[in-house]
Design a protein around this ligand. Structure first.
Ligand code: ADP
Ligand code: MG
Length: 254
C-alpha cells in the first residue's frame, strides 16, 4: 500500500496545532521510522492516519494508493487494511480476546472464517509469539501486563493481515526477549506480505534492526526535520533530541 501524507496540518478540538505542514510518502513495501521527542505529535500522526475524530485536519491530504481517505471513517480505514498498534492498548471488559479477534478478522473477509480454521490460525500465532493460550479466554487486554498487551497487538496484526502497519512505540514496556519475538514476527509477516508498508514510531534503534528498514525521519514540533537511515537512528540514540532545543534556546537568547 502506498501512503502519501501531503502538507498535513492538524488541530485538536481546543485549537492546538499539533501537526504542521507534515509531509511523508511511504511507497509500497517500504519501512519508515519516525523518531522525535515526547509531545512532538507522533501519536497524533498515527491516530490521524486512522481517522481519530479528536483531531481536525485543517489542510493537506492523506492519499492511499492515490485516493484521499480523509472522508473515510476509522472503521473504513481499518477495512482497507490500515492497522495501528497503539502506544497504550485499551482493555475491554466482557469481550474475550478470542471473540474480539474473530469479529475483527471477519470484518476484512468476504466470507466468514469458520471456527476451526480460526482456532488453527490463532493457535499458530500464539505459538509464534510465545503467548499463553489461556490469555485468549480472558477479556480483551484485561489484567494483561504491558508486555502482554503489546504482544496481543502483534497477534491481532498477524490475524488481520494489514497492508499498512503503524507501530506506535511498540518497544516501550517490552523486555528485550519479547521485543525480539514481536519484531521477528513482524519481519516474517513482511517477508510473506512484501507489499505491506510500515511506519515505526520509536525512540530506539533496536526494534529497527530487526526490520527491513528504508528510512529514518527525525520529527520535531509537528514536522519532519531530518531524514536518514539507521545511522540517524543510532546518532539520535547517542546524542538525543536535545540539539533541537539547544538551537531554539540559542535563537531565544539573541
Ligand atoms: N486530543 C488532544 N487534545 C489536546 N491535546 C492533545 C491531544 N492529543 C495530543 N495532544 C497534545 O499534542 C501534543 C502531541 O502529542 P502526541 O502526539 O501524543 O506526542 P508524541 O506521541 O510525539 O509524544 C502533546 O502536547 C499532547 O498533549
Ligand atoms: Mg506518543
Amino acid at each position: 500500500m502506498k501512503i502519501e501524507i501531503k502538507n498535513l496540518t492538524v488541530k485538536t478540538k481546543d485549537e492546538k496545532e499539533i501537526l504542521k505542514n507534515f509531509s511523508l510518502t511511504i511507497s509500497e513495501g517500504e519501512v519508515h521510522a519516525i523518531m522525535g521527542p515526547n509531545g512532538t505529535g507522533k501519536s497524533t500522526l498515527a491516530k490521524v492516519l486512522l481517522g481519530d475524530s479528536a483531531y481536525e485536519v485543517i489542510s493537506g491530504d492523506i492519499l492511499v494508493d492515490g485516493t484521499s481517505i480523509l472522508d473515510k471513517t476509522t472503521d473504513e480505514r481499518a477495512r482497507m487494511g490500515i492497522f495501528l498498534a497503539f502506544q497504550s492498548p485499551i482493555s475491554i471488559e466482557g469481550v474475550s480476546n478470542t471473540e474480539f479477534l474473530k469479529t475483527a478478522m471477519n470484518v476484512r473477509r468476504e466470507e466468514k472464517i469458520g471456527l476451526y480454521p480460526f482456532l488453527q490460525t490463532m493457535n499458530q500465532a500464539l505459538k509464534d509469539l510465545n503467548m499463553d493460550e489461556a490469555m485468549m479466554h480472558r477479556s480483551l487486554n484485561q489484567d494483561f501486563s504491558g508486555g502482554e498487551r503489546k504482544k496481543n497487538e502483534i497477534l491481532q496484526l498477524k490475524l488481520l493481515e494489514p497492508s499498512f502497519i503503524i507501530l506506535d512505540e511498540l518497544d516501550s514496556g517490552l523486555d528485550v526477549d519479547s521485543l525480539r519475538v514481536c519484531a521477528t514476527n513482524i519481519a516474517n509477516y513482511l517477508k510473506d506480505h512484501p507489499k505491506t508498508s510500515v511506519l515505526v514510531i520509536t525512540h530506539y534503534p533496536r526494534i529497527l534492526s530487526y526490520l527491513p528498514l528504508n528510512y529514518v525521519h527525525r520529527m520535531n514540533e509537528g514536522a519532519i526535520v531530518e531524514t536518514g537511515d539507521m545511522e540517524l537512528a543510532k546518532k539520535i540514540e547517542k546524542e538525543g533530541y536535545l540539539r533541537d532545543n539547544v538551537l531554539r534556546e540559542d535563537v531565544n537568547h539573541e
